[in-house]
Design a protein around this ligand. Structure first.
Ligand code: HEM
Length: 492
C-alpha cells in the first residue's frame, strides 16, 4: 500500500507514462487480500481523511478518503470516466462475442422502462417468488437442514427471468442451469482475466480462456432465440404498438430498433442482451439476499426480529395486488434490514472505480493532485462504518432505519436512498439504475420466505469470503428450515 510521498511518486511515474512499472510492483495477492488491504488502509489513512493506493494486477487505484466521495460522484464523464473502466474491468472486449459493448452500455430499458412499468409487474413477480422459493426450499414439515443459500440462487434467477424471458422459460430447469453455467463461467473467466493474466498477454490468451463462457452464453441464448425471433418479427410487421406485450423483451426490442434501425437488430443480439442481464442483476440480488438472511439468522435475539418481519409481511403482502407500491412502502422493517446489511456488509468493500481523463489532471478538495490516467475509487465499507456519521457504526442493528431515524443523520433512510454516506449502489450518474427493482424484489422474497418458513437461528455468522473484491457468503452453509403450519399442503 502506498501513501503520502510514495503516492506523489506514483503520480509522477504515471505522468511519465510508466504505468506498467507501477502495475508490476502490485501483486496477485490482491485477489484474496483486498478486504485486508482495505481494512488496513482505512485504519492508517481513510480514517484520518487521507488517500492511499490499493494494489491490483489490473492497475493500482487511489482510494479517496470519505470526505472526497461527493466530489468524485459529481465529476463529469469528460473529467472522470466510468464507462471505459467498466469495459476494462469486465473485459468484454476479450471475453464475449456478444452482446456488443454498445448494447451492454445501453441501460435505457432499466433506467426508464423498468422503472416506469415495474409497479404493474410486481404482483407477477410475487407469484413467481412463491413458486420459485417453494420449489427451492421444499415442503419440510419438520426441521430440515439444507444448503438454503444454494437453493435460493436458482429461485432468485427464476424470479428475475420472469420479467426478462417470461413465465415459460423462467421455470425451465434446463434454461436456468444454462444461465447459471453462463454466470459461473463469466465469473471464473473474469477472475483469470483480471487477476492472473498480465495486460500485455490478454489479447493472445483471452480468446482461449473465454471459450467456456462464450459456449455457455450461446447455449442459454439459443433456448431463448425462438421467442425473440417471433417477437421481433411481430414488432417489425406491426402497424401500431396496440396489442403488443409490455415486458422487458418488448422494451429492449423497441429501444434497439429505434436506435439502430430495424434491419440492424439481430435476434442473437437481443437474446444475448437479455440473458446477459443476469450477470449484474440476478446475481447481485441473490448475493444481497444471502447476506441479509445470514445477518438476520445470526442476530440475537433472532426470533423476535423474525416475528416482527413476519408480522409486517403478513399484513402488507395481501395488499400487493390492489396497491403494489403502497404495500411495499409499508414494509419499513424489512426495508431497514436490507439497508442495514448493505451498510455494514456491502457486497463490495470498495467501488465507484473511475479514471481521470481530463488532460492535465485534477486536484481533490483535500489537495491531492491526480494526473490524467490515474485510477480512483471509494472505500464503501469505510464510509458506511464511519462513527462520525453513524451512531454505533460497527454494530449490526437491523431495525435502526425503521426505528431511530433521527440518529442516522440522513434525510431519507430507505434502502434505495443513496448518498455520500451510503454507497452500495454507488453515487452520481453511474449509480445503480436497477436498485428500485432490486429492493422491491428483495422485499417480496424476504416477506414470502419469513411468512412461509421458520428458520433456525445460526449460532454464529457463517464465514464470508472476499474473492476478487466481492464478499461471498458460503453457499454450503446448512440452515434449518421448516414449513410453517398454515402453508403446509399449499404450493404457495
Ligand atoms: C441489490 C442488488 C444490486 C446491487 C448491490 C447493485 C450495485 C450496483 C453498483 C455498486 C453499481 C455502480 C457501479 C459503478 O459505480 O461503477 C451498479 C450499476 C449498475 N447496476 Fe446494479 N446493483 C444491484 C442490482 C441491479 C439490478 C437488479 C439491475 C438491473 C435490473 C442493475 C443494473 C445496473 C446497471 C445497468 C448498472 C450500470 C449503471 C451505469 O454505469 O450507468 N443492478 N449496480
Amino acid at each position: 500500500m502506498l501513501a503520502g510521498k510514495e503516492l506523489d511518486a506514483m503520480s509522477e511515474r504515471e505522468k511519465e507514462g510508466k504505468y506498467e512499472e507501477v502495475c508490476r510492483i502490485t501483486n496477485v495477492a490482491a485477489f484474496t487480500n483486498e478486504h485486508q488491504y482495505l481494512k488496513e488502509g482505512y485504519e492508517r489513512y481513510s480514517k484520518h481523511g487521507k488517500p492511499f493506493v490499493l494494489p491490483g494486477l489490473h492497475w493500482p487505484e487511489v482510494v479517496l478518503p470519505p470526505e472526497d466521495v461527493k466530489w468524485l460522484a459529481s465529476l463529469p464523464e469528460d473529467v472522470c470516466d466510468a464507462t471505459h473502466v467498466q469495459e476494462e474491468l469486465l473485459g468484454l472486449r476479450y471475453i464475449s462475442h456478444g452482446p456488443d459493448i454498445e448494447w451492454v452500455h445501453d441501460f435505457s430499458n432499466i433506467r426508464r422502462d423498468l422503472k416506469i412499468h415495474m409497479t404493474d409487474a410486481l404482483p407477477e413477480v410475487l407469484d413467481e417468488v412463491k413458486i420459485a422459493f417453494s420449489s427451492a426450499l421444499g415442503q419440510p414439515h419438520t426441521w430440515t437442514r439444507i444448503k438454503a443459500l444454494k437453493a435460493m440462487k436458482t429461485a432468485t434467477m427464476g424470479v428475475f427471468n420472469r420479467i426478462t424471458v417470461g413465465q415459460l422459460l423462467c421455470r425451465d430447469d434446463k434454461y436456468l442451469s444454462a444461465v447459471q453455467r453462463m454466470v459461473m463461467t463469466f465469473a471464473l473467466t473474469g477472475i483469470v482475466y483480471r487477476f492472473l493474466i498480465p495486460n500485455c498477454l490478454k489479447k493472445w490468451v483471452m480468446p482461449a480462456v473465454s471459450k467456456p463462457y462464450r459456449w455457455a452464453l450461446t447455449r442459454a441464448s439459443a433456448m431463448y432465440m425462438p421467442t425473440v425471433q417471433k417477437r421481433l418479427h411481430e414488432y417489425k410487421v406491426s402497424k401500431s404498438r396496440d396489442g403488443l406485450p409490455n415486458d422487458m423483451l418488448q422494451w429492449t426490442i423497441e429501444r434497439a430498433v429505434s436506435k439502430y434501425g430495424s434491419s440492424a437488430v439481430g435476434v442473437q443480439d437481443v437474446a444475448d442482451t437479455m440473458v446477459f442481464l443476469n450477470i449484474f442483476a440476478a446475481i447481485t440480488i441473490d448475493l444481497v439476499l444471502d447476506t441479509v438472511l445470514i445477518d438476520v439468522l445470526s442476530y440475537s435475539p433472532n426470533s423476535m426480529l423474525v416475528q416482527q418481519l413476519r408480522r409486517e409481511a403478513d399484513e402488507a403482502l395481501p395488499r400487493l395486488n390492489q396497491n403494489p407500491l403502497g404495500a411495499l412502502a409499508e414494509m419499513t422493517k424489512i426495508d431497514s434490514v436490507i439497508r442495514e446489511t448493505l451498510r455494514i456488509h456491502p457486497p463490495n468493500d470498495h467501488g465507484m472505480m473511475r479514471q481521470i481523463v481530463k488532460p492535465g489532471g485534477v486536484t481533490t478538495p483535500g489537495g491531492l493532485y491526480l494526473p490524467e490516467g490515474t485510477h480512483v475509487g471509494a472505500h464503501v465499507a469505510a464510509v458506511q462504518r464511519d462513527t462520525k456519521t453513524c451512531h454505533d457504526a460497527d454494530q449490526y442493528r437491523p431495525l435502526r432505519f425503521s426505528e431511530d431515524r433521527q440518529q442516522v443523520g440522513e434525510p431519507s433512510t430507505t434502502a434505495v436512498h443513496i448518498s455520500d454516506k451510503f454507497l452500495p449502489f454507488a453515487l452520481g450518474r453511474h449509480a445503480c439504475p436497477g436498485r428500485f427493482f432490486a429492493v422491491h424484489v428483495l422485499k417480496l422474497i424476504l416477506g414470502h420466505i419469513f411468512t412461509a418458513y421458520d428458520f433456525e437461528p445460526l449460532s454464529e455468522r457463517p464465514v464470508v469470503r472476499s474473492i476478487g473484491g466481492i464478499n461471498l457468503p458460503d453457499d454450503n452453509t446448512l440452515i434449518g428450515v421448516r414449513l410453517r403450519q398454515r402453508h403446509a399442503g399449499s404450493k404457495n
